[in-house]
Design a binder for this molecule. Structure first.
Ligand code: ASP
Ligand code: MG
Length: 452
């Protein structure tokens, strides 16, 4: 058995849904369970409608609802044509869209949004998408069956970011999904949404369909989880920044997680952790190029010296100098508490006996942070910096790789340098405008030489 998850662009319109049906057909011998996102852009539109409603702008909210109606009914007509099946499906969609219209109306009466109501609205994208995909699969001769994800994806009641309950999910998956797969049917579920044990609809947080797929895969002890998206997989660098970026065919989970924090937005590895930690490989595939290789993510891929180069250019360095304080126990804790208090996350940290340097990406609350840090010593701020991360699980062991990385930096001025203790991420802070050329030199050094 395998779990196949199709993101918004893989179900964005009738043509995409047809391609998806063909991809599923190719996997039938492996017993697929299909998880789908909302049609691309739908979740944003749903949340906008809810906000318009709660802000008292009911006309705009209903216009948004009608655009969604139009879009989903067009997909139905293009996929199923006319006739009783098409009418049934259009009726199913219309009931959901009427429910949406009632919800935004209710929000406009209330004049504010509750997290619980927002989840009821946000989950409608997947509720709308799943029956359309079922119908398209059936059209393609595949014995697909709709399963309401709320029957299997049990969560707590933290609306907006509900916590899955793995044991109850496993039991529900065994009860509701296994018999279908055993009978040669293809269960289709909406991602991102779940329900409390009492049946109240919840969501897992934005982008949560990958998480759903991973949870189902872990619960069913699937052979593999496939994340179908609109890019070829993870690359050795961002192709908009570096020329010659290459597909990474196999990557370790911890490496992928390091890259994600630098904005590799293909998928957030934490969402697939439940599967990877159980030894289930996760693949990223491009539904526009289904025969391409894709990327395989496992916990135990072979260690390479360097797997990828990532960078970003909007970094601020905050430096605290205090000869008196820094040697004393608990000093770092107090400094970190300042950042936590002002909801600012710290990226790179380096220390010496008399100073601590920290980087942040988000300077929204920086003035407040600085004001509080002055209690500890002299504080200085340097803007216009950027960060490059050289990621590879064998980096620390392969001393020649480290030498090569340092050589590629050349005479570029570095402000901070850090290697984490597992030796997987060499992070360098430099001027923002040096990031692009240095990334290119590093990439050339590691990825254009076949002996690398
Ligand atoms: N449709 C949801 C979102 O846009 C979940 C997902 O696509 O993974 O966040
Ligand atoms: Mg997504």
């Amino acid at each position: 058995m395998i779990v196949m998850k199709f993101g918004g662009t893989s179900v964005g319109d009738a043509a995409a849904i047809r391609r998806t049906a063909e991809i599923v057909r190719g996997r039938l011998p492996r017993g697929p369970v299909v998880v789908v996102s909302a049609l691309a852009g739908t979740t944003n539109a749903l949340l906008a409608a809810a906000e318009q409603g709660a802000a008292g702008n009911l006309v705009a909210a209903i216009a948004t609802v009608e655009q969604l109606r139009e879009r989903h009914l067009t997909a139905v007509a293009e996929l199923i044509g006319v006739g009783p099946d098409a009418e049934d499906l259009a009726a199913t969609e219309s009931v959901l869209l009427d429910e949406l219209a009632h919800l935004v109306e209710a929000l406009s009466v209330l004049g504010h949004r509750t997290p619980r109501a927002m989840d009821a609205v946000a989950s409608l994208g997947e509720q709308l998408a799943a029956p359309i995909v079922v119908a398209a699969l059936r059209r393609a001769g595949i014995d697909a069956v709709l399963v309401d994800a709320r029957r299997v994806l049990v969560t707590n009641d933290e609306f907006g970011r509900a916590e899955p309950q793995p044991e109850q999910i496993a039991a529900a998956c065994r009860e509701h999904l296994l018999p279908l797969v055993g009978a040669g049917k293809v269960p289709v579920l909406g991602g991102y949404m779940g329900a409390t044990p009492q049946g109240v609809t919840t969501t897992l947080g934005r982008g949560g369909s990958d998480y759903s797929a991973s949870l189902f895969g872990a619960a069913l002890e699937a052979e593999a989880i496939e994340i179908w998206t609109d890019v070829d997989g993870m690359l050795t660098a961002d192709p908009r920044v570096v020329t010659g970026a290459k597909l990474i065919e196999h990557i370790r989970f911890d490496e992928a997680a390091e890259l994600a924090s630098f904005g590799a937005k293909v998928l957030h590895p934490n969402t697939i952790a439940p599967a990877v930690t159980r030894g289930i490989p996760v693949f990223i595939f491009n539904s526009l190029r289904p025969d391409a290789k894709g990327t395989r993510i496992t916990a135990d891929a072979p260690r390479h010296s360097v797997r990828a180069i990532a960078g970003k250019g909007n970094t601020v360095i905050v430096k605290v100098r205090s000869a008196r304080m820094l040697g004393t126990p608990g000093a770092l804790k107090q400094i970190f508490e300042v950042f936590a208090r002002h909801r600012t996350s710290v990226d790179v940290v380096t220390t010496s006996e008399v100073s601590v340097s920290l980087t942040v990406d988000d300077d929204q609350f920086l003035d407040a942070v600085i004001a509080d840090l002055r209690a500890f010593g002299d504080v200085s701020v340097e803007r216009g910096r950027g960060i490059i991360a050289v990621v590879g699980s064998g980096l620390a062991e392969h001393t020649e790789a480290m030498a090569k990385a340092i050589a590629a930096v050349g005479d570029t001025r570095l402000y901070m340098l850090s290697l984490d203790s597992t030796g997987i991420n060499l992070t360098m802070v430099m001027d923002a405008d040096a990031v692009k050329p240095v990334m290119q030199r590093l990439h050339d050094a590691f990825f254009s030489d076949p002996a690398a």
